[in-house]
Design a protein around this ligand. Structure first.
Ligand code: URA
Length: 316
């Protein structure tokens, strides 16, 4: 297997102006127009700068329903609009992803797993680039399985690691494996932790997040359709993960971190833990308990955005 360090990772290839959203693809210049197929939006059909030029915060999460509820929540928090107003899905021309906007906040669903979020991010990064957005912060709000944490704990990711606990994302391109960096912005993670302390509503920790290719065998569950290991094997593996600094497990953070690094986006991953994987595999808590847990990343990120906008308005 040939492993190449991604040459797009080299800082000196990034633009001087770090605040722009960067695309690294000379072939785009040859396109007369670019149709963002999975959003059903395009440079030839939509005025992207007018529609999205003011975006400063992008929140992404797996479920379209959760991303709609986030936009309703944040617009009420920011007093942006009548809380009873309906938010149209900007990507109504497709059922792949859903997108909602309220003032400077964009909320986009990404489905489950690395391929689904990667496709969405290619088009989102191009959209932000074509819209000439500047100083954009992007945060994934999601759910995860915790390791040795009380369920309901929120984890802000320091580094996303793979299933062997290494901080890397492997992209196979032209049959060769390209290794990409999965660091997330440390100052943003610290600020989110500070916000959680100010909020004082639930436990939040900063730690590593393991990103897997699957929910069942990939996360050492014993309750999938297939399983070729023992309960002891599972416990040994999760204990090793914990010893390597892994606090939680989900399925999107590695490619999210890698692609945000390439595009110069300031990025964070904020996931609530729905269960302690050292104690079980099934998500058997009540609907109300799980719903309450899922609101926590929204509440934390909503508080962060509100604080940032308040500080900005005081400066200007
Ligand atoms: N999401 C995951 O990927 N794993 C879990 O255990 C829970 C949510």
């Amino acid at each position: 297997m040939l492993c190449l360090q991604d040459n797009m990772d080299q800082k000196d290839e990034k633009p001087n102006c770090r605040s722009l959203v960067y695309v690294h693809n000379p072939h785009l210049d040859a396109l007369k127009e670019d149709f963002l197929y999975h959003f059903s939006l395009g440079t030839g059909t939509h005025n992207l700068p007018e529609m999205f030029g003011d975006v400063k915060f992008v929140c992404v999460g797996g479920s379209p329903w959760r991303m709609k509820s986030f936009i309703e929540y944040i617009s009420a928090e920011l007093n942006l609009e009548d809380p009873s107003s309906d938010y149209p899905n900007i990507c109504a021309g497709t059922d792949r992803y859903a997108m909602y906007k309220a003032g400077p906040v964009l909320s986009v669903s990404h489905g489950m797993g690395i391929p689904s979020i990667a496709i969405m991010l290619h088009e989102l990064i191009k959209l932000l680039h074509y819209a000439r957005c500047t100083d954009v912060t992007i945060i994934r709000i999601g759910t995860s399985g915790g390791i040795g944490l009380e369920p309901g704990t929120v984890v802000v990711t320091k580094q996303s690691v793979d299933a062997t606990f290494l901080p890397r994302f492997e992209q196979v391109t032209l049959g060769e494996t390209v290794v990409r960096n999965t660091d997330l912005d440390p100052s943003l993670a610290e600020e989110l932790l500070r916000c959680s302390k100010e909020l004082d509503q639930f436990q939040t920790v900063v730690g590593n997040t393991m990103c897997t290719l699957d929910f069942y065998e990939g996360q050492a569950r014993l309750d999938g359709a297939f399983c070729s290991y023992t309960e002891k094997d599972k416990h040994d593996y999760l204990t090793k993960a914990k010893e390597a600094g892994v606090c939680n497990i989900e399925m999107e953070s590695s490619v999210f971190a890698a692609m945000c690094n390439l595009s110069g986006l300031r990025a964070a991953v904020v996931c609530v833990t729905l269960l302690d994987r050292l104690k079980g595999d099934q998500l058997s808590s009540s609907h109300d308990v799980l719903h309450n847990y899922q609101l926590r990343p929204q509440v934390l990120v909503g508080y962060y955005i509100k604080k940032q906008l308040k500080a900005k308005s005081q400066r200007s």
